[in-house]
Ligand binder design. Structure first.
Ligand SMILES: [Mg+2]
Length: 409
């Protein structure tokens, strides 16, 4: 068997997705997600210009060898663009292998370790009453665990509270290329946030009781000292986790946080390789590893990361917002079902159009996901419908303090 074609499909059924489709001489196809939110076209070029020519003629069953040759053979290792491109190849090849075997992918990872995959959803509000309504809405949808984010009094726009991505409107000729599609600028004040969050968690616990697993994302905005103090202050609200409390490329900074709080910590959605986690895992500085299949080089390295994390009793929590396409999400759910040290899966759903463009076997029911029993990852791309929704330039927001200084977003 050999690879005869590999194409990169960019579409925007509500938001931008980059999909790699690999085809074999026997007509078997595999899909991989290469979406890097806000920098999508850099991965498109990396794949089309530098990776696709290397794939033609290869044996699609040699997944590990192909992964290693793309990682080591480029000489320039790591980084989100490189690892998103490699991830797309990796997942597409696993999709092909499982289709040839006639099995859902999780069976090739050792089979199911659980019956279904627990998720958490996103609740957000501009203020506390709106947040409580949003939590009620998630519970009504079946979610059993909820991430809570609110606006902060005195700040106009805060992470997690509004859409968060600017998408250019279509022009008269239907081509959505608009120089005005610039990043939304949000504002930030760490002091206001740290004074407000305990009040938010107090209100949520008062309304929903002690049993509802609650998560919160600080989105890389605190120094280790601030994170240590906040984690200690909110211990009484018994969070499932505090996420991205400080920019974690400063891995040793987590020592300070860990010394001062028992609030569980989750980190890693912007990480690309196991080396980003080395201190965090070796020294047990976190409780959950958050990398996405799509940004970590695929399911092959993510399985290794989870095995490494298991040696320190650290669990998985795969990143899964709306900008991970249903292809990347499906791959994640197969892995979630199979590994032993599964923690939780982030899942915020998709627009009806996205579900139509990416027809998938995975299901969401009663707050849990299941990958389904279709051979492969269980996703097929409607290329005609995808083509009807072309790429639309979009950025993630940026963040500034009151005096105009850029802050972590
Ligand atoms: Mg996050």
């Amino acid at each position: 068997m050999e690879i005869v074609d590999a194409t990169v499909i960019v579409s925007s059924p509500g938001r931008n997705f980059v999909t790699l489709k690999i085809t074999t001489d026997e007509g078997v196809t595999g899909l991989g997600d290469a979406t890097l939110n806000g920098r999508e076209l850099s991965v498109v070029s990396y794949l089309r210009d530098h990776v696709v020519p290397l794939l033609i003629g290869l044996d699609p069953h040699r997944i590990e060898d192909t992964w290693q040759s793309l990682y080591r053979g480029a000489y320039w290792r790591r980084g989100p663009v490189t690892m998103a491109a490699i991830a797309a190849v990796d997942v597409a090849l696993w999709d092909i292998k499982a289709k040839v075997a006639g099995l859902p992918l999780y069976q090739l990872f050792g089979g199911a370790s659980r019956d279904r995959v627990r998720t958490y959803g996103h609740a957000n509000g501009r203020d506390i009453p709106e947040l409580l309504d949003s939590v009620r809405a998630r519970l009504a949808e079946g979610y059993r665990s909820v991430r809570v984010q609110t606006g902060v009094p005195g700040l106009e726009t805060v992470y997690g509270v509004h859409a968060g991505t600017a998408i250019a409107p279509a022009t008269a000729d239907g081509v959505r290329v608009d120089a005005r599609a610039l990043p939304v600028v949000e504002d930030w004040d760490t002091g206001r946030y740290m004074r407000h969050l305990p009040r938010v968690l107090e209100a949520v616990r008062a309304e929903f009781g002690p049993d509802l697993p609650l998560l919160h994302d600080a989105h890389h905005r605190l120094t280790p000292q601030q994170a240590a103090r906040l984690g200690r202050e909110i211990e009484r609200y018994d969070l499932f986790w505090l996420e991205d409390c400080t920019p974690a490329e400063d891995q040793s900074g987590l020592r300070l946080v860990r010394q001062h709080t028992t609030t569980p910590l989750a980190i890693g959605e912007v990480f690309n390789t196991v080396f980003d986690y080395q201190t965090l895992i070796d020294e047990r500085l976190i409780d959950y590893v958050r990398s996405a299949v799509t940004h970590f080089g695929g399911v092959s390295p993510l399985r290794k990361l989870f095995d490494y994390a298991a040696t320190r009793q650290i669990k998985s929590a795969i990143h899964g917002p709306e900008d991970i396409s249903p292809v990347g999400m499906a791959a994640a759910i197969h892995l979630d079902l199979a590994i032993h040290n599964f923690g939780i899966q982030e899942y915020s759903g998709y627009t009806p159009l996205t579900h139509e463009v990416f027809r998938h076997a995975f299901t969401f029911d009663d707050g849990h996901l299941h990958p389904g029993e279709a051979p492969g990852i269980g996703v097929e791309l409607d290329e005609e419908l995808a083509a009807a929704h072309p790429y639309s330039p979009a950025y993630l927001p940026v963040n500034r303090l009151a005096d105009g200084t850029v802050h972590d977003w």
